[in-house]
Design a protein around this ligand. Structure first.
Ligand code: SF4
Length: 424
């Protein structure tokens, strides 16, 4: 698609641009899907098809690096996509860019980008642009430019905040944590809650609900999907991936998972998305994977999605599990891990990944216990089924933590990355 550009009052307005239609891992900034753009001499502002601000990037020497940018989520958070400086983003995360939310454990790759002067200036510039669009005379605008201005005018900062709240009302609360695998689609997932709570309510966990596990009704899932379709509106064509929440959707069972995946496909019209390779993401646990029979994985394997299931195993060491307040035996963790390897070998369209913790003050046997699982049980490197190490609140010295991670990664026979927690 050739973008038409008009220059009005020092604004270059491009009502419709076509970005990449498949997510790829590349070392320069790439925009995905269909969007609009307004350029000023100092910044490039991207808007989604609803007129909501989506990205901001600096274009002068004041911007830290031309390769970094800000991205707004559907939940109205801003993420700073950092190239990781000298710390080697790709080695640690599997991506060339690290999306930084204001979470303490996510700052192990550098400082807080949101405290930087040029980032503050980017937000100020966005507010100045919104004021300018509000007052600009659109009489000389072409139809597409006038329509874009109208859409942007409607999406005031208050409206954007309200839209974030509306998304959370639809699904019954904020998504406090997304599976690490959602990095494969730059965290652009539509969230649908199929079950609340989790099985363990572990002492160490910052995102637990504190309630027991319960599956939602089919009607509640359909109601969410219908409301989500309205919520995403014209921008829906830019999405093709779904997160089935919350913390252990795998335990919701074959009927609910099959129903939710199929209804999401139909109601959200994901077959019409301009993005290729639809993906389904969910969390699982040691108990839910051990309870899942072959029929469940066969069903997932036959969906139009490639499905990622992320298991929270935390450790293979009894003392560490006890310290974390995770009520699992080492035997159960090992059985769940073996089942993960088996499912990954058997089903082409299903990929299970596992999380373990990393941090300061853990028992000496913690990392060796994870290596025992991720090295001794495989006779060679396997590229399917990543292992994520999730930093605890107490990370200790960051360099020591990253050195431990690097040693682990060298010996692990599965892809290994640091888990950067993202919310939605
Ligand atoms: S770690 Fe997982 S299972 Fe444990 S409380 Fe948190 S969400 Fe629940």
């Amino acid at each position: 698609m050739t973008a038409e550009i008009s220059n009005i009052d020092k604004l270059a307005i491009i009502p419709e641009k076509q970005g990449a239609t498949e997510y790829i891992k590349i070392s320069y900034p790439l925009r995905y899907g269909r969007y609009s753009e307004i350029r000023t001499p100092a910044h490039i502002f991207g808007f989604n098809l609803n007129g909501e601000i989506k990205t901001i990037q600096g274009r002068t020497g004041d911007w830290l690096t031309s390769a970094e940018w800000l991205k707004r989520t559907a939940g109205n958070d801003w993420q700073y996509f950092s190239a990781g400086g000298y710390s080697g983003a790709h080695n640690y995360t599997g991506e060339y860019y690290i999306p930084c939310l204001p979470y303490r454990t996510n700052t192990i790759f550098g400082g807080d980008a949101f405290k930087r002067e040029e980032v503050g200036e980017a937000f100020a510039a966005w507010h100045r642009l919104a004021e300018k669009i509000e007052s600009i005379d659109t009489a000389g605008f072409k139809d597409a430019e006038a329509a874009l201005s109208q859409r942007i005018r409607q999406m005031t900062p208050e409206k954007l905040k309200e839209r974030g709240r509306r998304l959370h009302r639809i699904i019954g609360g904020m998504v406090t944590v997304l599976p690490p695998d959602t990095r494969h689609v730059e965290y652009d997932v539509i969230p649908v809650t199929v079950a609340d709570g989790c099985l363990y309510n572990c002492a160490f966990c910052r995102v637990k609900t504190g309630r027991g596990f319960s599956v939602r009704s089919r009607q509640a899932v359909v109601d969410q999907l219908s409301a989500l379709k309205q919520f995403y509106g014209p921008d829906l064509i830019n999405y093709n991936s779904v997160f089935l929440g919350q913390h252990d959707a795998l335990y919701a069972g074959i009927e609910m998972l099959g129903f939710a995946a199929q209804k999401a496909w139909e109601i959200l019209e994901l077959g019409k998305s301009i993005m290729k390779d639809p993906r389904l993401f969910l969390f699982g646990s040691a108990d839910s994977i051990l309870a899942a029979d072959e029929a469940l994985f066969e069903m997932l394997n036959s969906l139009p999605f490639y499905t990622y299931i992320n298991l929270g195993l935390e450790s293979g060491d009894a003392r560490t599990l006890s310290m974390l307040g995770k009520p699992l035996s080492t035997e159960k963790v090992a059985d769940a891990f073996d089942r993960m390897l088996e499912v990954n070998r058997r089903y082409e369209n299903v990929e299970i990944t596992a999380n373990f913790v990393i941090g300061a003050g853990l028992p000496d046997n913690h990392l060796p216990s994870i290596l025992d699982l991720t090295r001794s049980r495989l006779n060679r490197f396997c590229p399917k089924g990543a292992v994520y190490l999730s930093p605890l609140e107490e990370t200790g010295d960051k360099n020591r933590l990253l050195t431990s991670f690097n040693k682990f990664k060298t010996l692990c026979r599965l892809p290994a990355y640091i888990y950067l927690i993202q919310r939605l």
